[in-house]
Design a protein around this ligand. Structure first.
Ligand SMILES: Cc1ccc(CCc2c3nc[nH]c3cc3c(=O)[nH]c(N)nc23)cc1
Ligand SMILES: [Zn+2]
Length: 371
């Protein structure tokens, strides 16, 4: 049972009384077979069984409780059956804490060239060698089982943005039918969980219907899908002003693909518990460092003789042992150590942000100005 232990109701009342705007923010612990997840949580993306440029033990030192794996990539290479035969993804990548895998449909639509959506599932050609594959609620759920995921995502269709009401309606209805099949295919075990993903684009009645359909299937947690797909922060927050409240208050809520620090803060204030985003890792590799002074583009020539660290009080190796001048140089000459240090710093920055948010919520304090 993936359960989220909540602060006693009376403590939550204190938080609610103290900060109306924050009354939906909650801090908790998700208990799983592979350990606890402190929420609000940021989950680093480890698409191909690795958080790029990081050792798993390094990811652990940043404070991450859980990382993401990708069904789409891993089923193509090295193959889910092979990972299973080798002892599962935890063993394969030497990560013993919780793993969440996406169901793969989103990646098919964004990565594979030829694909066809049918009631059965998605038929597509591998972007690696063009060979034919099918992902369905059943096969996606089985692949995630073979990988050994702690948290399995239901197979959904991420409704593109923008979509007309009719397009969003039929897409959401397909996701509801696929969710039912995903739930049926899930092999439920203590400490493992499956999350349903609600769709409905920006239409509140469709979001409600999606939530009702999925609540009936009694998932261990729920994700809000179909956001962070180009709608922009204002529209995303407009959906988040009501969508989290449609979901069970005692179960984890995961906002997929979000986001920048300001997006995360706004979403936590609206009741979201879990986040994933490629920004800290991907932007780190191309020279962007998140700091309390704002984003530093380390490739900028103004850093070429800057002998100070990114952040003087940051405990990551980049800040403790190196200067901006060195990072500037490494990134300019595309040295691998540059990607490693920038990634490590950004992951540390995001985990520190989450830690401070959790602390502020627990103390019933505003956490608006944290950036
Ligand atoms: C490894 C990994 C990478 C990425 C993800 C999240 C990917 C992702 C979205 N990213 C931005 N917006 C997103 C929406 C959806 C969605 O509606 N459904 C699914 N299944 N995934 C989404 C999960 C795991
Ligand atoms: Zn640092």
């Amino acid at each position: 049972e993936v359960s989220i232990t909540k602060f006693p109701a009376d403590e939550r009342k204190i938080i609610a009384k103290a900060h109306d705007k924050y009354k939906k923010a909650r801090a908790g612990i998700i208990n799983t077979r592979h350990g606890q997840i402190h929420t609000p949580a940021f989950m680093p993306v480890g698409t191909k069984g690795t958080v790029k440029a990081m050792l798993p033990e390094s990811v652990q030192t940043t404070g991450a409780d859980i990382i993401l794996g990708n069904t789409y990539h891993l089923m193509l290479q090295p193959g889910a059956k092979r990972v299973f035969k080798l002892g599962g993804l935890h063993k394969f990548m030497n990560w013993s804490k919780p793993l969440l895998t996406d169901s793969g449909g989103f990646q098919v639509m964004s990565l594979s060239k030829l694909r066809k959506i049918t009631e059965e599932g998605v038929i597509f050609n591998s972007h690696i060698d063009g060979s034919k594959f099918m992902l369905s609620p059943e096969s996606s759920t089985e692949i995630q089982y073979l990988l050994g995921s702690t948290i399995t995502m239901a197979f959904d269709e991420c409704t593109p943005y923008p979509s007309t009401y009719e397009q969003a309606k039929s897409s959401m209805e397909l996701t509801s039918r696929w969710a039912k099949r995903s739930r049926k295919a899930f092999y439920s075990r203590d400490g493992y969980g499956q999350f349903g993903i609600i769709q409905g684009s920006i239409y509140n009645d469709l979001r409600l219907k999606s939530a009702l359909d999925l609540i009936e299937l009694d998932f261990e947690g729920y994700a809000i899908g179909g956001l962070a797909v180009g709608e922009g922060q204002e529209l995303m927050f407009k959906v988040l002003d009501y969508a989290p409240d449609l979901l069970p208050i005692n179960k984890p809520r995961y906002l997929m693909g979000v986001g920048k620090p300001a997006d995360i803060i706004g979403a936590v204030q609206r009741g979201i518990d879990m986040f994933d985003c490629v920004i800290p890792t991907r932007s780190g590799r191309n020279g962007q460092a998140f700091t309390k002074y704002g984003v530093v583009n380390i490739r900028n020539s103004k850093y070429k003789e800057d002998n100070t660290p990114l952040e003087e009080d940051c405990l990551c190796p980049a800040c403790k042992n190196y200067t901006k001048a060195y990072l500037h140089y490494l990134v300019k000459v595309k040295e691998i150590l540059g990607a490693m240090l920038m990634t490590w710093h950004n992951l540390m920055y995001f985990q520190k942000l989450m830690l401070r948010i959790r602390e502020y919520i627990a103390q019933g304090k505003d956490f608006d100005f944290i950036s």
